[in-house]
Ligand binder design. Structure first.
Ligand code: SAH
Length: 247
């Protein structure tokens, strides 16, 4: 049993190990952020199961956990393939705990997380000696059953004000709430912000602005999930390199 990261989208960003395990697998269980271009390249002997469909067809986490255990107990070679890195907001930890509780041996194969890869391909370095010495990755979309935000917005705002970079995953729909939270906790309106949509896919797009303008930029461009939002001065580095990057 292998919990494998597929990277942000471009099949060439898969690790060699991931590719070897995928081609040798009996079953590949994947979620919605994995590109068909990759799955189409697998040998016919591999049974590909989409467990990441949108509701109402979505397979519940409990069902996925049970499928993984059942297949592994049958002796099948199973790859659980997840977008980006399995352990960055991918519920890989929950699946790992479930496998461990069922005594199923498994291995984790890291992937290029969109948290790092999306800003990277858009020309935004997460750290920079001149303007950012730390990176914080958060979810912009908390589980609905939480009464209060599990995020400490005071601390997040402090990070940005003191020059750190904030990366928000799953933050497209709640962009305005997150922008308001940062502003309310003292982050200046002119702080640079960028959104990178579908990084490394054919329809990759990036918009940038400031905390004051990013919502309008997002609306104007029609930015949809999946996208990564980056807040901090590193966003400005993109303007210095963009011409060469796009060439
Ligand atoms: N495990 C994944 C993240 C899963 S959460 C990883 O490490 O990348 C899903 C969120 O990831 C999306 O809402 C979006 O914020 C981000 N994401 C995944 N793929 C992306 C891509 N190609 N471009 C931009 N954002 C992406």
């Amino acid at each position: 049993m292998f919990l494998v990261g597929s990277g942000p989208g471009d099949p060439e960003l898969l690790t060699r190990k991931a590719w070897r395990l995928l081609t040798d697998a009996d079953f590949v269980l994947h979620d919605s952020l994995v590109d068909d271009a990759l799955l189409d390249q697998l040998p016919a002997s591999v049974e590909v199961v989409d467990v990441g469909k949108r509701p109402p067809d979505r397979t519940s986490q409990a069902d996925i956990n049970d499928m993984l255990v059942d297949l592994a107990r049958d002796g099948a070679a199973v790859v659980r393939l997840k977008g980006g890195d399995p352990h960055v907001f991918g519920r890989g930890g929950e699946e790992a705990q479930h496998l461990a509780a069922a005594d199923v041996p498994f291995e984790v194969v890291p992937g290029v997380s969109s948290a790092v890869g999306a800003p990277g391909v858009a020309g935004i370095p997460l750290t920079h000696r001149d303007c950012a010495s730390s990176v914080t990755v958060v979810t912009g979309h908390e589980t609905p059953d939480k009464d209060e935000s599990a995020l400490d917005w005071d601390a997040l705002a402090d990070t940005v004000v003191s020059g750190g970079t904030l990366v928000v995953l799953m933050g497209v729909r709640r962009l305005s709430n997150n922008v308001a939270a940062l502003r309310d906790h003292g982050v200046p309106a002119e702080t640079p912000v960028a959104m990178v949509q579908k990084a490394t896919w054919r329809d990759e797009r990036t918009v940038s602005g400031t905390l004051a303008t990013i919502e309008a930029e997002k609306e104007a461009a029609g930015i949809e999930p999946p996208a990564v939002t980056v807040v901090g001065n590193v966003v400005d580095v993109r303007a210095d390199t963009r011409e060469l990057l796009d060439r």
